[in-house]
Design a protein around this ligand. Structure first.
Ligand code: ADP
Length: 407
C-alpha cells in the first residue's frame, strides 16, 4: 500500500511517498520511496524543487514563476515521470495523509477528509492564517491529481493537545474569550506524539505509565508535558507565538510591550505580526541569525551580543521545562528532538544542568556522540534523557493508515 504525505508550510511544501509492505505498519520508520520539497523564497520569483528517491536519483530544479498550486502539481508529477519515477501512475497511491496545523476545539483526532472537514479547515484559517489555507490547498491539489475516490486523511497539529485540562488551556482573560475560541491549543502535536511513542519503545516501557517532557527545538519550538501518553500541558498557546524563545519568534513576552509599541512607536498590526514572528528570538536578540549554528560561530569569534542571546534562549528553555513539572508530578524522561534538540549537545547539557537536583545525570560522552534515538543519561540517573529524531511525515503516514483501516 502506497501512502502519500503532504506537509505544507508557509514557504515550503514537503511531500513523501511510503510503501507499507503487506499492508501493515512496521515497527521502525521505513525509508520513503520518494521525497520532494519546494521552497518559495520571499522576493525570489522562482521556486526551488528538490526530489530524492530511495534508489538515489536526485532532481534539483528552479521552476519558472507560477502559482503555488501549479508548482506543487509539478512536484508531484515527478512521482511517475522522469528519472525520479517510483510509480507507474497516480492510481497506485492508495491513501493521502495531510498535515493540517489547526484543528480548533472540534478535531480531537485525525479524520477522513470530507466536504464538511474542508469547510471547517477553511473556517479555522481565522486562527492559523498562514498555515490552514496552504494545508487546504494541498488537499485540493491531491484531489485534482487523484480524483475524489482516493481517501485523504487530515492529521492535525493541535489534536494531540486536545487532552489539556481546562486550567491549562484557559487564558486568565475574559470569559467571552473562551466562547470566541480564544484559548490555548498547542502545536507540534504530531511530533510530540511521535516522540512520546518512540520514547516508550526505546525505554521498553508502557507509555501508559510514563511521565515525559518532550522538547521540540527547531526554528519553531515548544515543550509538551505528557502523562500516561496524553498531553497535559504545553508551551505554545492560541498561536505558535507563545512560550519558548525561538529562531525568529519572541515566544512569551509581557503583553504590555505590545501596548507600548502600538501606542508610542506607531506600529501597525501587520508590522507587529511580522516583528514578533520574524524579527525577534535568536535573530532579533543576536543581530546575527535565526540559526543556532551561526550564533555558535559568532560566539566563537567573541560576539557578546550573540552570547547573550544564547543565554536568554537557555534561561527560557530551563524556565519552561520547570513549568512543565507540576502537571506531571515527577519525571521519567526528558526528550530532545528537532534541529536544535537533535544536533546541539551544548543546548541539551545546559537545559539539563539545573535539573540535577531531580537525580538527572547526563552522560557527557553519549551526549557529545551524535546520539539518534538513544538514551544519553548515565545508568544511575533517576531521569532518562533521550534524543529522538522526529519523523513527522512518518507519523502522518501512520495516522492516515490507522484512521483509514479503522473507519
Ligand atoms: P523547522 O522548525 O524549520 O522544521 P528544524 O527542526 O529543521 O526547524 O530546525 C532548524 C534549526 O536547527 C536551525 O535553525 C538550526 O538552528 C538548528 N540546527 C540544525 N542543525 C544543527 C547543528 N548541527 N547544530 C546546531 N543547530 C543545528
Amino acid at each position: 500500500m502506497k501512502i502519500l504525505v503532504m506537509n505544507a508550510g508557509s514557504s515550503s511544501q514537503k511531500s513523501c511517498l511510503y510503501e507499507l509492505p503487506g499492508g501493515s505498519l512496521p515497527e521502525h520508520p521505513p525509508e520513503p520511496l520518494w521525497e520532494g520539497q519546494i521552497t518559495w523564497v520571499e522576493g525570489v520569483d522562482h521556486a526551488s524543487v528538490k526530489v530524492k528517491t530511495h534508489q538515489g536519483h536526485v532532481l534539483k530544479q528552479d521552476l519558472p514563476p507560477q502559482s503555488r498550486f501549479d508548482d506543487t502539481l509539478k512536484l508531484l508529477k515527478t512521482l511517475w515521470t522522469g528519472d525520479t519515477q517510483v510509480i507507474r501512475s497516480p492510481e497506485e497511491i492508495a491513501l493521502v495523509g495531510h498535515r493540517v496545523v489547526h484543528g480548533g476545539s472540534h478535531y480531537r483526532q485525525s479524520v477522513v477528509v470530507t466536504a464538511a472537514v474542508k469547510a471547517e479547515i477553511e473556517r479555522l484559517a481565522e486562527f492559523a492564517p498562514v498555515h490552514n489555507p496552504v494545508n487546504l490547498e494541498g488537499i485540493q491539489i491531491t484531489e485534482t491529481l487523484l480524483g475524489n475516490q482516493t481517501p485523504q486523511v487530515a492529521v492535525f497539529d493541535t489534536a494531540f493537545h486536545a487532552t489539556l485540562p481546562p486550567a491549562a488551556y484557559i487564558y486568565p482573560g475574559r470569559y467571552e474569550w473562551l466562547e470566541q475560541g480564544i484559548r490555548r491549543y498547542g502545536f507540534h502535536g504530531i511530533s510530540h506524539q511521535y516522540c512520546a511513542q518512540r520514547a516508550a519503545q526505546i525505554l521498553q516501557r508502557d507509555l501508559a505509565n510514563l511521565r515525559l517532557i518532550n522538547c521540540h527545538l527547531g526554528n519553531g519550538a515548544s515543550l509538551s508535558a505528557i502523562r500516561n501518553g496524553v498531553s497535559v500541558d504545553t508551551t505554545m498557546g492560541f498561536t505558535p507565538l507563545e512560550g519558548l524563545m525561538m529562531g525568529s519568534r519572541s515566544g512569551s513576552i509581557d503583553p504590555g510591550i505590545i501596548i507600548r509599541l502600538l501606542r508610542q512607536e506607531g506600529y501597525t498590526v501587520d508590522q507587529l505580526d511580522h516583528l514578533l514572528n520574524n524579527d525577534c528570538g535568536l535573530e532579533g536578540l543576536s543581530g546575527v541569525s535565526n540559526d543556532l549554528r551561526d550564533i555558535d560561530a559568532a560566539i566563537a569569534t567573541g560576539n557578546q551580543q550573540a552570547e547573550q542571546a544564547l543565554e536568554v534562549y537557555i534561561h527560557r528553555l530551563r524556565w519552561h521545562i520547570g513549568a512543565m513539572l507540576p502537571s506531571l508530578g515527577g519525571l521519567d524522561a526528558l526528550i530532545f528532538t528537532a534541529g536544535i534538540g537533535e544536533n546541539a549537545p551544548q543546548i541539551r547539557a545546559a537545559a539539563c544542568a539545573p535539573f540535577e537536583f531531580l537525580g538527572l545525570k547526563l552522560d557527557p560522552e553519549k551526549n557529545a556522540n551524535r546520539p539518534v534515538d538513544q538514551d544519553i543519561a548515565t545508568p544511575d540517573s533517576a531521569v532518562r534523557v533521550l534524543v529522538i529524531h522526529t519523523q513527522e511525515d512518518w507519523a502522518i503516514a501512520q495516522e492516515a493508515w490507522r484512521i483509514y483501516t479503522t473507519r
